[in-house]
Write a protein of this length. Structure first.
Length: 421
């Protein structure tokens, strides 16, 4: 690897680090003939930097030159920063060289927008075509779709990559126009809709013809910047819930605002990246997806923002004492799942285990329930009284806030701060 390529790599990897929407695969691609690499549904092994960013893939930009001047972006046109750009062949060859050295298992490719969205998208597609057709690379590839690119190019890309993402960046149109005058939600939602529609059509085509190539088998994702504008958590989670109504939307990522352009007066003056708020949004996102909560239960007109001192599941439980106690040995799976300290895996094990015997505190501990939290909200076989009757909401919050938890700990990603409930 020559010095010129190494210099480009340093610049463009640094430019790509603020995009967090690349951390899961969810696709299977088997090695064919004499090709190299493979992708697995179980996902690529990920590592995280100290600030919680995913660095498991070769996460890189094709170029950090950009014709747009978004206030929150380090690569904005008006910034005086080192600029570089790979040719499609340089980036494809670099990816293969890294793969053969066992540095990576896949590629996340994004780009600044140069000349036009179509021109940029064509160059990114060229990278992937070289990898797939010339190097016969079957590993995981995630591509950032460029807002404003033609439907035809979106279709071409979707047949080559495993996942595509189109970042919303700012949750509301008004604030997006304030910070990124060159962008609008219409141009962002269009490729999202195109990916969704093509994916549904591809599923139907594959039912008829098994030889039909898969279209973005790992679906799509998006990212929102948190803290750069004044949206409430309620607004953010309402938008998230709408996005998840599309089966193709696999993950919504929340990126705490990093003040890389402190000179821009449109941006807030912040001392620290809002990591705790970002963490709470990921936890609330998990409640929406796997715990059967709706947005109004987590945030509403009375509580428009998440409580930063405790996780959203505990916050809901404290605000709704009428729901408790939950009888571990009698109540439904859905009710048990809402108990703080009990995750999806633990709830399923409880329902299975109680068929054979009455569950005690000791049995719940062996199952993996976080009793320090759950004890305030449950009754079980050897429990003489319901603790929440003797415990104020304030006492519970003080007892449990900022406590590292174990419940379903493996599922909370990509941020290091995220804890189980």
């Amino acid at each position: 690897m020559n010095e010129k390529i190494i210099n480009k790599l340093e610049i463009l990897a640094e430019s790509a680090k603020y995009d967090v929407s690349c951390s899961s695969s969810g696709a299977t691609r088997r090695n064919k003939n004499k090709g190299i690499g493979s992708a697995s549904k179980s996902g690529i092994c990920h590592t995280f930097t100290a600030d919680g960013r995913c660095v498991s893939l070769l996460k890189i930009m094709l170029t950090n030159y950009c014709m747009f001047d978004c206030a929150y972006c380090i690569n904005r046109q008006s910034n005086d920063i080192p600029r570089a750009g790979f040719t499609p062949r340089e980036l494809a060859d670099l990816t293969i060289e890294f793969y053969r050295r066992n540095y990576i298992e896949g590629l996340f490719i994004s780009s600044g927008i140069v000349r036009s969205p179509d021109h940029t998208m064509e160059r990114m597609i060229r990278v992937v075509k070289i990898l797939r057709t010339e190097h016969h690379f079957n590993g995981y590839i995630h591509m950032k779709a460029i807002p404003g690119a033609s439907d035809e190019l979106i279709n071409q890309a979707g047949l080559l990559v495993d996942r595509m993402s189109v970042n919303l960046e700012i949750p509301t149109e008004e604030n997006l126009k304030l910070l990124a005058p060159d962008k609008d939600h219409k141009s962002i939602y269009q490729p999202m809709r195109q990916i969704h529609q093509n994916l549904l059509e591809n599923i139907e085509d594959r039912k008829k013809f098994k030889s039909t190539p898969k279209f973005v088998p790992a679906g799509q994702s998006t990212q929102m910047i948190i803290g750069a504008t004044d949206e409430s958590d309620k607004q953010i989670l309402q938008l998230t819930a709408k996005l998840y109504k599309r089966p193709s939307m696999k993950r919504v990522y929340y990126s705490g605002f990093v003040p890389v352009n402190g000179y821009d007066k449109r941006l807030p003056v912040v001392q620290d990246v809002p990591r705790v708020r970002e963490n709470r949004l990921y936890q609330a996102d998990w409640l929406l997806r796997f715990y059967d909560f709706n947005v109004d239960e987590i945030v509403n007109d009375r509580y428009p923002d998440l409580d930063l001192t405790v996780d959203p599941k505990l916050s809901w439980a404290i605000r709704n004492p009428q729901f408790f106690p939950v009888d571990i040995n009698r109540d439904s799976y859905q009710k048990i799942l809402r108990v703080p300290g009990i995750g999806v895996k633990s709830a399923k094990l409880i329902v299975m285990a109680r068929r054979h015997r009455q569950l005690t505190f000791e049995a719940l501990k062996r199952i993996g329930v976080v009793l320090k939290r759950a004890q305030f909200f449950i009754i079980c076989h050897d429990m003489k009284k319901f603790k929440i009757l003797d415990s104020s909401a304030e006492y519970i919050k003080l007892s449990l806030q900022d406590t590292p938890l174990l419940e379903d700990k493996a599922i909370y990603q990509p941020q290091q701060l995220v804890m189980g409930w």
